[in-house]
Design a protein around this ligand. Structure first.
Ligand code: AMP
Ligand code: FE
Ligand code: FE
Ligand code: ZN
Length: 280
């Protein structure tokens, strides 16, 4: 069984529609794929129909934005009830502030590079969770940078004078919320040093104390030393480990199935989650 539990569609910052992504996952030989768009469940229904049509199992998930020690952290939240009022409210609050924040980044960038808010809107669809990748696409369309990666290496990097953070709940509160909604919380790419500061062992232990279920160890942004550290931490703290691609379509080099999760772990997630896994 080939299982990839972390992908993004155009409902957030991936480039493929949810149905296209699921079709590509089936074609790539995956047996199970999770759709984990940033801060939204909007792609779930379309992905579920496509999963049934293509004979692939679908795990409905969300990559929830959070913050720990002043560091932006991502929580993969598998199989939660997306209509849980507090979770739905928090997701809406994050998306709303992402929108306001993107406008502020554009205002700052526009001082030095011709760029309008409409350029960014042209890169999004209705209800899209807006992020820096869409601003990157607008900068590419304007000819300021060749691709998303170049935008993130320069104008849009965290720590750039144009950077503005967005609202995100504290990681411990976010874990409690995901659990209350029946979801299974897994810390995404916890050793991704290229993205900026990472959280300490003590913080991961505190997250485990409130119910964190797993660590995403096999991810291209965790280097070998980090994978070793995280594998040890997971064993110590009683967390399971996952591996996934973090596929973003054409928006990133990550390919579907480049890292995978063991079947036993997938079955554990399925047992713990409130939503059913979609099967053909
Ligand atoms: P934001 O959530 O708006 O702060 O933007 C961060 C998002 O940008 C992450 O979810 C990544 O998927 C994406 N990202 C980060 N670095 C890169 C990069 N070098 N190329 C493309 N996308 C990136
Ligand atoms: Fe992303
Ligand atoms: Fe992430
Ligand atoms: Zn992701």
């Amino acid at each position: 069984m080939r299982i990839d539990l972390h992908t993004h569609s155009a409902v957030s910052d991936g480039t493929d529609a949810p149905a296209q992504l699921v079709a590509d996952a089936a074609r790539a030989g995956l047996d199970v794929v999770a759709l984990t768009d940033h801060d939204t469940a909007q792609g779930w229904d379309e992905a579920a129909d496509a999963a049934r049509a293509h004979g692939i199992a679908l795990v409905r998930g969300i990559e929830l934005s959070a913050r720990a020690d002043g560091v932006s952290v991502h929580l993969l939240s598998y199989l939660p009830d997306s209509e849980h009022p507090a979770l739905a409210g928090e997701l809406a609050r994050i998306r709303d502030d992402r929108l306001a924040r993107a406008r502020r980044i554009v205002e700052r960038v526009a001082v030095d590079f011709p760029l309008a808010w409409e350029d960014v809107l042209a890169q999004t669809g209705p209800g899209t969770t807006v992020g820096r990748p869409h601003i990157a696409d607008a900068l590419v369309a304007r000819g300021h940078v060749p691709d998303r990666s170049a935008a993130f290496a320069t104008i849009l990097r965290t720590g750039s004078p144009y950077y503005v953070p967005h609202y995100a709940p504290d990681a411990l509160a976010a874990i409690a919320l995901v659990l209350d909604a029946g979801g299974v919380p897994v810390f995404a790419h916890p050793g991704a040093r290229a993205r900026g500061r990472i959280v300490s062992d003590a913080t991961i232990a505190a997250m485990a104390d409130v119910g964190l279920a797993g660590l995403e160890v096999a991810h291209r942004d965790n280097d070998p030393r980090q994978r070793e550290r995280l594998t040890g931490l997971a064993r110590e703290l009683g967390l399971f480990t996952t591996g996934s691609s973090d596929y973003h379509g054409a928006g990133k080099p990550n390919r579907l199935g480049e890292n995978t999760t063991e079947p036993e772990i997938f079955h554990e997630i399925e047992r713990r989650g409130r939503q059913a896994v979609i099967r053909a």
